[in-house]
Ligand binder design. Structure first.
Ligand code: ATP
Length: 344
């Protein structure tokens, strides 16, 4: 019996997580839900260690420690964020038909290693700007952040992306990996990410491969999203551009995500805690429901995953029970009731 930890998170997030669990329960699966007290950090970590996966809402603080454990403690290095347009999604694009790509964001490295400090403290290292040829500490009072990209960290997320592209190709998708970084300005760090991707690509001759400078890629994401299949990005660009990808299909309320390591995975919507709509029964739970779909696939419950996904697809195709962010008048509860009634 799969055991799944539930961490609802804060603000409006629980309003999406609770009905999502209700929908999964309707599928008649043998999932055991475990709800640790997030204020008890050791107990939460233990519950995570003893589980097969976690369904996470979103955090604005209280469950942040649990999230850090899920990410760095469990080494969930590949953040998979699908951007697939479904009929009924309120996309700002004139022709959203056929948008179906996945951003794989490296989840542990880059600027997210969390090392910042005063510029002055770097003086002893004699770091010289490539541009000004002066000691970085001579810029004046200010701060720095470390961007750390490792060869092994890049390789595992790139490999994950090619394996994903291979599986998607077997399902009839294009079979292409796009890599983007700022390798012109950052030839050593972002250049390493691209070099690793180029090296790994040789091992997958049946999968297409292309690289772009990340600003050029940002334009392509908006101008020609149908050309994309699997996109692999360093952490910061992946964080920013996956929100842009959500915007392209119709908004944050529609964008699921899963964070995968070699031995564990957790699932959460791409959006935050939506504090401005907390307590209104207005949050669009689609991102959370589709994250649960990804979780069911991970747990080997592919048929149940497909049933839940198909119910969501039907609700959007009918267009009668959509939430405010999608131009409808339905509450979260009414949307979920519509999904429940479409479960086959
Ligand atoms: P956080 O700091 O937790 O990321 P935030 O407010 O900066 O919070 P989001 O929670 O992602 O970021 O919300 C950004 C905007 O999108 C808010 O106006 C929010 O109400 C809206 N939003 C986010 N998710 C949803 C959703 N599922 N349904 C409806 N609106 C949403």
């Amino acid at each position: 019996m799969p055991r799944v930890v539930v961490i609802e998170g804060e603000d409006a997030a629980p309003e999406a997580v609770r009905p999502t669990i209700g929908l999964v329960d309707r599928l008649g699966l043998d999932i055991e839900w475990v709800r640790p007290d997030v204020d008890d950090y050791p107990a939460t970590c233990r519950a995570i260690d003893e589980s097969d996966a976690t369904l996470f809402g979103a955090t604005s603080g209280r469950s942040a420690a649990a999230l850090f454990y899920l990410r760095w403690g469990k080494e969930t290095y590949a953040n998979v964020r699908p951007a697939r347009w479904l009929p009924g999604f309120r996309s700002p694009m004139a022709r959203p038909n056929g948008i179906d790509f996945v951003i794989v964001r490296e989840n542990l490295e880059d600027l997210y290693v969390g090392v910042e400090g005063e510029l002055e403290s770097l003086r002893p290292f004699g770091l010289t700007s490539r541009m000004t040829r002066r000691n970085i500490a001579d810029m004046g009072a200010g701060r720095f952040a470390v961007k750390a990209i490792t060869e092994a960290g890049s390789e595992r997320v790139v490999r994950f992306s090619f394996e994903l592209a291979r599986r998607r190709k077997a399902q009839g998708r294009r079979g292409k990996v796009t890599c983007a970084s700022k390798y012109n300005m950052l030839p050593l760090s972002d250049g390493l990410f691209r070099d690793v991707a180029q090296r790994v690509a040789v091992e997958y001759p049946e999968i297409g491969f292309e690289t772009f400078i990340v600003d050029d890629f940002a334009r392509r994401l908006v101008a020609t999203p149908q050309d994309l299949d699997v996109v692999v990005l360093p952490n910061l660009y992946g964080d920013i551009l996956s929100d842009a990808a959500a915007g392209v299909i119709g908004g944050l309320g529609l964008a699921p995500s899963g964070c995968y390591g070699d031995r564990y995975a957790y699932f959460e919507s791409a959006h935050g805690t939506a504090p401005d709509i907390a307590g209104q029964n207005a949050i669009n739970p689609t991102a959370t429901i589709l994250s649960a779909v990804m979780m069911l696939e991970y747990l080997g419950r592919a048929e149940a995953a497909r049933r839940l996904e198909a119910a969501v697809e039907r609700v959007y195709a009918l267009g009668r029970s959509l939430t405010r962010d999608q131009g409808g008048g339905a509450s979260t509860t009414e949307f979920c009731a519509a999904v429940a009634s479409e479960l086959r």
